[in-house]
Design a protein around this ligand. Sequence first.
Ligand SMILES: NC(=O)c1ccc[n+]([C@@H]2O[C@H](COP(=O)([O-])OP(=O)(O)OC[C@H]3O[C@@H](n4cnc5c(N)ncnc54)[C@H](OP(=O)(O)O)[C@@H]3O)[C@@H](O)[C@H]2O)c1
Length: 324
Amino acid sequence: MSRTIAVTGATGFIGAMLVDHLLASGWNVRALVRPRSAHRIAQKPGLETVTGSLQDNDSLNRLVQGVTAVVHCAGAVRGATAADFNAVNVDGLERLVRAALSLSPRPRFLLLSSLAARAPELSHYASSKRQGELALAAMAEDMEWVALRPPAVYGPGDTEMLPLFQWMARGIAPVLGEPHARLSLLYVEDLCAAALTWLNAGSCRCGVYELNDTQTGGYSWDETIARISALRASRIIRLPVPASLLKTIAFINVAVARLIGYAPMLTPGKVRELRHLDWVADNSALTAAIGWQPAFSLEQGLRRTMGWGEAGTGSNRVVVKPSK
Ligand SMILES: NC(=O)c1ccc[n+]([C@@H]2O[C@H](COP(=O)([O-])OP(=O)(O)OC[C@H]3O[C@@H](n4cnc5c(N)ncnc54)[C@H](OP(=O)(O)O)[C@@H]3O)[C@@H](O)[C@H]2O)c1
């Protein structure tokens, strides 16, 4: 059996960490890298790169040649329109699946989906992630596949959750969701461990699996704030951000993005995701299928991410990858 795994999204937050975990576990990695991002991937023993993109069939065929599995981490997480997300999260995925299906024997296929796919009505992003799952299930034939649905993932290099935690560490907690909303979190190394466990598991029932950290039932905003306050041994002031303000900023952001031509993160759809009441994930199906269990609590994950020592004693070093 080949020891090579094809990985997409290796220049992103999750994909970069996954590549390091795969290499450390003795797998060889062939990573798809867009030309404009080549400078963000360092040469490492066991790592080869294929220059291309999810829009380029030739590069996808080269990417998957002879691999034992494909781990698809690339995704569009910013954008204003359905087309912005679907071009990558649906059309790009379908091209990659077709490349994998052309091989004999067929590789196993892991799609990094999102818990957002559970509520596709909320945003173009959520809808594209659900459509991606459905496309994979419909196309896969006898290829073994899983789609993992992580909740909000944090860790070194994260540009979404980390700034929020950094604000809390400074003593101010912007509360962006409803006070009684609950959400699960996942430390990035636990997600990488889940992918590795699936790869090593040999076989697993095809399907969609949710993941969360050691906190069954997730967190409310107040619980998250209280835990970080205890971890830092310092007081944190809650700063509720009204939905109307978030919506106004999102509206302006999308208008400016259209004018200047960038892919916006805060959009009306993202606001609906942020205000959604139930983002609690459930590990039990994945644990039953492959035996993976999360190892990190929020405190442990934050200590590793932020370089914090024991409560109140550590440095406040924040490890962040070079900006994208
Ligand atoms: N972060 C989270 O909290 C979270 C939670 C649940 C699910 N997810 C899912 O996890 C995946 C990775 O997320 P992330 O946070 O690591 O995102 P990220 O940091 O933005 O990374 C996205 C990656 O996808 C690549 N990519 C985007 N469009 C591409 C294209 N057309 N062709 C080839 N590569 C392309 C990017 O390449 P460039 O470097 O060239 O831009 C980058 O490597 C996504 O599918 C996301 O939906 C993330």
